[in-house]
Write a protein that binds this ligand. Structure first.
Ligand SMILES: C[S@@+](CC[C@H](N)C(=O)[O-])C[C@H]1O[C@@H](n2cnc3c(N)ncnc32)[C@H](O)[C@@H]1O
Length: 345
């Protein structure tokens, strides 16, 4: 984030909100997210709730966009940049501003939200902190939005899949980016989205190498395993944010998320393996669950990534890796069909 937390506080709808009320409102917001789905939209009802949401979730959600975009090819990034982007369910403008930061202001974004208060909050932050004249906030998708880029950040979860599919049918985005909470419930919806996108002729730019092949994790769920494919972003925040995070008792150093990117414009050809779970670290190896394409089918397998040949610094870096990255590898030994010893290249 380009500014300090105290500058963001000044740009809130309620800049004088007390610490006590921030804690109280965030506890209601996070309960709404995690337990009572019927109440999920209540946090957009009051100026204090919108302020508390903004102060905590805007700074911690912004880095998720960089994480996802760093996984995309240059062609896809260039294609996204060349289009107008609708950030649907923009809230306080979280991903609209994340895009501004990523593209250094050279990006046209329309932030759309049904909540009047969220639009007011996003507009205030834009005029006080970002000053990007190419970002507009409004209550509905522009009527001439056609074949461009649609992004949803933590809003598919609220909006539901059916309305999203209707919007896709109506506006035919050539890129669709979703960044959602990393929960098993969201994963089940995303599996359905993945199938629908394959049927509509999209390619997946992240995280699946081939969406015409069944998701191996979804297959495991059908077989009764309680599993879901998600990413985990590990990061450090500045001391001001860490303090807030401790006060509200919500850890944002380890953030599970489910990000998917679909595209019509550029064919994605992924020959790498996607790390989908960190299993364990032993003296000799890191054991990861990975997903990759074998004979045209997606499969998941355990990779034993050998430490031999790695420097101490490289081992430390590997301990800090986020889940969801892709890796190029060389097979050292196929111990079984789904247990492979590899070396990273
Ligand atoms: C959890 S917030 C996410 C805000 C922001 N994108 C972020 O990630 O921090 C979800 C937002 O989606 C909005 N929303 C829910 N359903 C919507 C719909 N059908 N159309 C537009 N916005 C919607 C809500 O008003 C809320 O501001």
């Amino acid at each position: 984030m380009r500014f300090h937390l105290n500058e963001l506080k000044k740009a809130l709808l309620e800049p004088t909100i007390s610490e006590h009320n921030i804690v109280k409102n965030l506890s209601l917001v996070s309960k709404g997210f995690t337990s009572d789905r019927n109440k999920i939209t209540e946090y957009v009802m009051s100026r204090e709730m919108v302020s508390a949401y903004t102060l905590f979730y805007l700074p911690s959600n912004i880095p998720k966009l960089n994480f996802v975009f760093d996984m995309l090819s240059e062609e896809i990034i260039a294609d996204i940049k060349s289009t107008r982007i609708v950030d649907l369910g923009t809230g306080p403008g979280t991903f609209a501003f994340a895009l501004d930061e990523y593209f250094d202001g050279d990006v046209e974004v329309v932030g759309v939200d049904t909540s009047k208060l969220m639009i007011e909050q996003a507009t205030k932050i834009n005029s006080e902190l970002y000053k990007n004249k190419k970002i507009n906030f409004q209550k509905s998708i522009p009527a001439d939005f056609d074949g461009e880029t649609l992004l949803l950040g933590h809003s598919l979860n609220e909006m539901g899949l059916k309305p999203l599919l209707k919007i896709i049918g109506e506006y035919s985005p050539r890129n669709l980016i979703i960044i959602e909470p990393g929960t098993s419930d969201v994963f089940k919806e995303v599996v359905k989205l993945r199938t629908a996108m394959a049927e509509l002729g999209y390619f997946c730019a992240y995280p699946c190498a081939n969406i015409n092949s069944k998701c191996p994790v979804a297959t495991k769920i059908e077989e009764g395993t309680d599993d879901w494919c998600h990413q985990v972003l590990r990061m450090t925040h500045d001391s001001e944010f860490e303090r807030l995070s401790q006060i509200v008792k919500l850890d944002r150093k380890v953030m599970p998320l489910i990000a998917h990117v679909y595209t019509k414009s550029v064919k994605h050809d992924n020959k790498k393996a996607r790390m989908i779970r960190f299993l364990r670290e032993s003296k000799f190896s890191f054991d990861w669950e990975v997903c990759f394409e074998r004979d045209g089918e997606l499969v998941s397998a355990n990779f034993e990534v050998m430490k031999r040949g790695l420097s101490k610094k490289e081992v430390k870096e590997m301990q800090k890796l986020s889940v969801g990255i892709d890796v190029e590898y060389e097979v050292v030994k196929e111990l079984s069909k789904d247990h492979i010893r590899v070396k990273l290249i």
